[in-house]
Design a protein around this ligand. Sequence first.
Ligand code: PLP
Length: 384
Amino acid sequence: MKTVYADYAASAPISERALAVFEETARMPGNPSSLHEAGQAAADRIEKARAQVAALIGADPEEIFFTSGGTESDNWAVFSGFRLACEIRGGPPVLAVSAIEHDAVLKSAAEAAGRIGNGEGKLVLLPVSEGGVVPVPREEEIPRASFFSVMTANNETGVVQPVGEWARVSHVRGALFHTDAVQAAGQIPVNAKETEADLMSLSAHKLHGPVGVGALFVRREIAGEFPNRTFGGGQEGGKRPGTVPAALIAAFGEAAEESAEKMEEDARRISALRDFVEAELLSLPGTVRSGEGERLPGIANLSFRGVGGEAASLLCGLAGVMLSAGSACHAGNEEPSRVLLSMTGDRDRASSALRISLGRETTEEDARAVIRAVKDAIERIRNG
Ligand code: PLP
């Protein structure tokens, strides 16, 4: 029996185009820092990829710094962004990040706040609405922070956040604004310039590129002052040293370009399949959907009342379908989803949530298989 993959938000399989570029570049012998011909050929691939990734998010190539993935980009953005805003520029020792951020942002922010001397560092969690949006406060209610982080779209609910507005209110406070666009980039139009983000995190494997490579956008105006997190050679303008993985980066660039080309068509097709899956599963009594308003095309987050902590084990019981309880990062962990808890405070809902995430290769037949498998599993659990 064919196994249906419905966990694209955890990782989208590498595309044929990206894989072909990976293989071709991996066979090239050069260290991109070497001045000989082979080294220069590898360096050319990297610069092409930098332009491709920049084009996906409306940035200039010089504003793209390659990293090992979304987690590193988020850590770098938070620690160095806060350092610049607070220690170097003298802003308040306060970070404000949304309650629904990925752990890569949330834990970095908690750590950064804790490292400020005399215990005066503070982390403010920006609240989220029941529908999953982080609402923009009135001017007088904007926290007095020097660093703000609100993700472009959430990885569990797919809800798209008003990041342009958040950038604006952050700048009202004279603060830096970071957005984790790991889930959004390649799925919906993202434009770092129009958003007026200072920092933006990206990851290749969420947009059909390889695992182990990502990027941090650092706005040109702050790039000179933006501190390193790692020290070594002169790669990536000296900002992120280490021999640059040309094949991973070249494949990331190709995947970024392909995502941009296919975005409209993919979004139309995938969101129609997602809506179909949701409508069918919502017809089961006691099913609720989490996430309102504008959402990423492929993510459906559904809770099945009364199924409780069995949601995680329900995953194992699903015949022929791969998906996640809450988010992939929490699979195997029976704690209720922190994101859903912060939205609704409803433990039953948070612990019985399944994230179904569809993508470029999902067919109508796959969608029907997901529906069947989930319905069967829920019925089995409810009937004891
Ligand atoms: N940020 C978000 C919103 C994510 O969904 C993820 C991965 O699940 C990450 C960051 C981490 O990215 P990576 O797996 O490339 O380290």
